[in-house]
Design a protein around this ligand. Sequence first.
Ligand code: DP6
Length: 359
Amino acid sequence: MKVKDFIPDINLGTTNKGSFTWSSPSNIALVKYWGKKDNQIPANPSISFTLDACKTTTTLSFYKKTIDTAFSFDVFLDGIQKDDFKPKIETFFKRIEMYTPFLKDYHFSIETSNTFPHSSGIASSASGMSALALCLMSVEKLLNPDITDQYFNQKASFLARLGSGSACRSIEGELIVWGAHKSISGSSDLFGIQYPFEVHSVFSNYRDTILLVDKGEKQVSSTVGHNLMHGHPFAEQRFNQAHDNMEKLIGVFKSGDLKAFIKIIESEALTLHAMMMSSMPYFILMKPNTLQIINAIWKFREKTGLHIGFTLDAGANVHVLYPEHEADYIDAFIKDSLAQYCQNNHFITDKIGFGAKAQ
Ligand code: DP6
């Protein structure tokens, strides 16, 4: 699929009004997307687990308007009008207008809510932008009922990417690849695809418990962060490393070698933060409790031989990843020994999920 394949090549139908609702999950990257080119093209391929419990539900209601010169929409979070969300959505609409030419024909009301608290430090951009992209695809399908399910999902991912890169990995489950990689056929910089190769059963229902170390607003927006990879002294080595780690994961997913898996994901997480620490300007997004947790995980793993590992996003929270069959022991360890490092002992229990759902 090429960019032009996402521009409707027929005159879309029309409708007076309608409403669609989608629930779309968050995702957690194992190989990180950090650095991008123009038009939301990633500097390297990434792969993520789709999550299950952490999700956004969005209802898009619309009616036909008479004058079609500007975008017209309102946004609500938990029923409260949020004009501060509008600039991001306006930017998104501008970026996708050529692919969704009906945008200026309607007034849209976007009503959204998250299962996780807004102030949890969990970014809602992946789940939020993917839910909105799916609602827009439902409008497109209403106007052009001939589109296939495959096209629907691919274009939803393509549009979501233009809202927020990682959002393109939130349409389907359970493992999603975004960004062209030589060994993964069908992988594309334009949209996410389901990981196409064998995955060992040890990864079924894989757990992700999110330790909320810092619930504050992000110190560095991801857009600013990605831009710091331009001219970064280690950028090329980092992008090559991401390609290598993707290659290694292909073998790990097949064999179920969790020791090798943990080495890759922890190294990816620490490299992401090392990139931030070595950019100009530089940032430290980990907090003292992030390091306490990492050290406690390493000690516990050494002592018990259990397959507990961690990854980090561009923030202080820690995602603890582990297989389902060890969950009883590791859940107890999290509750007894790690929760103390979280703000108000707050953590969220999640696991691998199967993707977005129409409501
Ligand atoms: C550290 O997808 O939030 O979570 O494309 O600018 O919206 P934008 O960035 P975003 O970046 C996510 C970065 C990350 C790693 C990842 O999810 O791969």
